[in-house]
Design a binder for this molecule. Structure first.
Ligand code: AMP
Ligand code: MG
Length: 423
């Protein structure tokens, strides 16, 4: 059995950024850049006023004190969008607004709160140095400077920046196509009648929902009975059409736990099976090289390359926690993310937690601010099958493999659940 850290390292080593595609700015949110972006123009594009006020020559206001204002003739007005050409001479000022182009001769802008209009003149009661309240051409971004690097996530401000620079399309990494293969003879699709001994399939819905929060192009779901031949068939088809295949159930050591054997017989190379974690010990991870495996040539729209297969345990909490800890980082890396975006921070444990040494635990918890400090408390239901315990959690408390009793008051690393990052 390998450690959580080793398993995650192997996953990330095998996950590669997908090929690049051009997207339009309006479709780009949530993608990761596949190219460096340079400024074709400076930002700001021209010297402009940072305030509403009066554009002046610095020497005209150098001697000003509140009780002895400068009296300047107002020679004109410049609004945002105007292109002022007439130079402003000594003894005159120009009414100017935020974002307006600085006319020739203007060396500073005095805010309107320090000025008083008097007929065609303005009384300036503040002495400002040259450059005051002027945004200089190129002061934020020089022409030719690298503004964004490949791997940057396209967020709303990044969209704004790209629009500022005039980019209406650019290269991003393609998002992964994912197939979800759900195994289990006991499973009944939602809306179908339950018979004794059967349960509803919840993992396909929960995992499909979790996938939505990551960068995903397309998710398809298949339900398969616990039969090795059907499972192998389903896996072979899924591998052909996907960048990543997720299975649920059938990876422990029971007689009907067939995923690992079916994967191997479909041509998947096993990278690990079983990780020293709770929940989610019987995790399977393997890699299939498209073109090397058995089966047809590359599927529709998929290129040659590597397909990752994750065999997640069927217990609903194990499945989602394993998804969160292994699959999501892989999907993000495939989508072009350069540095894993985990959000782990310390919080004080509110009660003692006992555990067995030898495996890392991801305890479902609620983290909250309490008198200016972060506290975390485990939820009541901690079973691998008790979804209610995960549903009421907002974080996973990481307890180290070697730890046994972790006492209240201790600082523990806490990771926000990705689907809790809102508001
Ligand atoms: P398995 O990993 O196949 O041995 O399943 C472990 C436990 O998870 C069993 O109690 C299964 O009935 C349950 N289980 C497996 N798959 C699902 C699913 N898709 N939805 C809900 N429960 C499941
Ligand atoms: Mg099963």
């Amino acid at each position: 059995m390998i450690s959580y850290e080793e398993a995650l390292a192997r996953v990330l080593r095998n996950a590669r950024p997908l090929s690049s595609v051009r997207v339009r700015l309006e479709d780009a949110l949530g993608y990761y850049l596949a190219e460096n972006v340079r400024a074709r123009e400076p930002v700001p594009l021209f010297d402009q006023s940072a305030m509403d006020g009066f554009g002046v020559r610095a020497s005209d206001v150098a001697q000003v004190r509140p009780d002895s204002p400068a009296r300047l003739r107002v020679a004109g007005m410049v609004r945002a969008g105007d292109d002022p050409r007439r130079p402003v001479r000594s003894g005159t000022a120009v009414r100017i607004f935020t974002g307006a182009k600085i006319p020739p001769g203007v060396q500073a802008v005095v805010v309107q709160e320090s000025c008083e209009m008097a007929g065609g003149e303005v009384l300036v009661r503040e002495s400002v140095p040259a450059g005051k309240n002027i945004r200089r051409k190129g002061e934020e971004i020089r022409r030719g400077a690298r503004v964004l690097s490949a791997g940057a996530r396209i967020t709303p401000p990044v969209i704004g920046l790209l629009a500022t620079l005039g980019y209406s399309s650019f290269l991003v990494h393609r998002k992964p196509r994912v197939t979800l293969v759900v195994t289990g003879n006991e499973l009944v699709a939602l809306g179908r009648p339950l018979r004794p001994g059967r349960i509803r399939d919840s993992n396909s819905h929960a995992l499909a929902a979790a996938l939505k929060d990551t960068a995903i192009e397309e998710v398809s779901v298949r339900r398969i009975r616990d039969d090795e031949a059907s499972l192998r068939q389903a896996l072979m088809a899924a591998l052909q059409d996907s960048d990543l295949v997720l299975t649920s159930g059938g990876v422990s050591v029971g007689e009907y736990d067939l995923v690992k054997d079916a994967a191997v017989s479909a041509g998947v190379r096993t990278v690990f099976w079983k990780v020293a974690i709770k929940p989610g010990m019987p995790n399977y991870f393997g890699v299939w090289e498209r073109g090397c495996g058995r089966g047809r040539s590359a599927g529709k729209g998929t290129s040659a390359g590597r397909v990752l297969l994750f065999g997640l345990p069927g217990n609903p909490v194990s499945a989602l926690v394993s998804y969160h800890q292994f699959v999501r980082p892989a999907l993000l890396k495939m989508s072009g993310q350069r540095t894993p975006g985990r959000f782990v921070f310390p919080a004080a444990l509110e009660k003692d937690v006992g555990k067995r040494a030898g495996r890392a635990e991801f305890v479902r918890g609620v983290v909250r601010m309490n008198n200016g400090a972060l506290n975390v408390v485990p939820t009541d239901q901690q079973g691998s099958h008790t979804l209610s315990g995960l549903a009421s959690a907002n974080c996973l408390i990481h307890l180290a493999s070697e730890a046994t009793l972790v006492e209240h008051g201790q600082q523990v690393p806490v990771e926000l659940l990705s689907w809790e990052r809102h508001g």
